[in-house]
Design a protein around this ligand. Structure first.
Ligand code: MEV
Length: 438
């Protein structure tokens, strides 16, 4: 155990870690140091994003070009370590660019936060009291909401919610916010904490309640909800079934198998989890590249996916009057101002690349990345199988690990064109090529 670790310098932190846990690893310090940035200001910036930082953790920052979204062309930045995610997105982008591109629509743009509290007095009296309290809740948060209101946002609705059927004496102030282009977590949480103070103060001050009722009020917590079903975007693609030409499969059979694959994900949680994981491959990569909170996005998507009591697919597809339609409804709260957006140079770059989108625009772009990813995965799954593409990317990872030259990589691309890629097959051919014993 150590106390005061956070107060140590970076070097001392590393020394302590190496002495305590890594004595057998003579390279440990060098491994950490090789990721330090030589630009001291840039390094300080990264150090200060978090606490107890000892190095930087790189993720590949890739770009998937050729996305047509609502008629506009985009190259989408993606920060992701899994090989084939960016390639799959780019492939789906090109496929749909020739078939009308992607469309998006915002279906809702508000977020909720709650003051969770218990009250052992008369519930009806509390409801009546809340009617007058609402005005005061808005007044007391004016200093916080004024700026947001200038930008077109602010507090939308305030409700008292009686949850006593689920937990005795449990109520909520449920507040609905529009945070415009910011994710708004700090704004929402600050407003909620002020609501709690106002509630306590006004209830204690009122003649409406007996002393016992006043004393029974207990604020449990004030926090935004990362579940944002009213902050929702739809992304979709559509084209005549006959345009779904594929060298591996007739168009109508492709549409049939594709829709069947989605139906399976709609009713089978084992498949739905993997299906949605594929969607989140695209979603998270853009969310991370643009400096947003991928944990919040993940939590929200999965809550939504099981809103009917069974975990289900986030995407859907149908054929109607000969037209194939494939869509994703994604509840997602994003920011294009605040947070990392003006601090992290790569995040700034990513947002510029995306033409400095509003939060609503970014919701659309992220949903498109998720839909494209799901399309690419399902297209492979119902035609060639997923391993063909995956193992091709994996081949390059193995060759990189082996230190293959560019010329050797070209050789292997041809060598494995008609063979199944496996780790041992690559290693053994590599050693044969270099004339070593296998
Ligand atoms: C792999 O990261 C994602 C997939 O498994 C998604 C899917 O099965 O739909 C390919």
């Amino acid at each position: 155990m150590i106390s005061g670790f956070s107060k140590l310098s970076k070097k001392d932190k590393i020394n302590w870690l190496v002495d305590t846990f890594l004595q057998n690893n003579s390279d440990a310090k060098e491994v950490l140091k090789q990721y330090w940035n030589s630009d001291a200001d840039l390094q300080r910036l990264h150090d200060e994003f978090s606490e107890n930082t000892i190095s930087n953790y790189y993720l590949p920052f890739g770009v998937a070009p050729n996305f047509i979204i609502n008629g506009e062309e985009f190259a989408i930045p993606m920060a992701v370590e899994e090989s084939s995610v960016v390639a799959a997105a780019a492939k789906a982008a090109k496929y749909w660019a020739n078939r009308g591109g992607f469309k998006t629509e915002i279906l809702g743009f508000t977020k909720l936060g709650h003051v969770h509290f218990t009250f052992k007095g008369d519930a009806q009296k509390l409801q009546d009291f809340f009617k007058d309290l609402e005005k005061k809740l808005r007044e007391d948060t004016l200093t916080m909401t004024q700026n947001m209101e200038k930008r077109g946002g602010g507090i939308r609705n305030l409700n008292l919610v009686d949850k006593t059927d689920l937990i005795p004496h449990y109520f909520q102030i449920e507040a609905e916010f529009d945070t415009v282009d910011s994710m708004g977590a700090n704004f929402i949480n600050s407003c909620l904490e002020q609501f709690a103070k106002t509630l306590e103060h006004e209830l204690n001050d009122s003649d409406f309640f007996a002393l016992e009722e006043k004393k029974s009020l207990q604020i449990i917590m004030c926090i935004l909800s990362n579940y944002t079903p009213n902050c929702m975007v739809r992304a979709w693609v559509e084209c005549p079934v006959t345009d779904l030409v594929d060298k591996n499969i007739p168009a109508d059979i492709f549409a049939e198998k594709f829709i069947q694959a989605i139906k399976i994900a709609e009713i089978e949680p084992y498949r739905a989890t993997t299906h949605n994981k594929g969607i989140m491959n695209g979603v998270d990569a853009v969310v991370i590249a643009t400096g947003n909170d991928f944990r919040a996005v993940e939590a929200c998507a999965h809550t939504f996916a099981c809103r009917d009591g069974r975990y289900s697919s986030l995407t859907h597809a149908e054929v109607s009057m000969g037209v194939f339609k494939f869509w994703l409804d994604l509840p997602i709260s994003l920011g294009t101002v605040g947070g990392l957006t003006s601090l992290h140079p790569l995040v700034k770059f990513a947002l510029q690349l995306l033409k400095n989108p509003s939060a609503k625009d970014l919701m659309g772009i992220v949903a498109v990345a998720g839909l494209a990813q799901n399309f690419a995965a399902l297209r492979s799954l119902v035609t060639t199988g997923i391993q063909k593409g995956h193992m091709k990317m994996h081949l390059y990872n193995i060759l990189n690990q082996l230190g293959a030259t560019e010329k050797e990589k070209d050789y292997f691309a041809i060598y494995f064109k008609d063979k199944t890629v496996s780790h041992s097959a690559v290693v053994s051919e590599f050693h044969r090529l270099r004339g070593k014993e296998v």
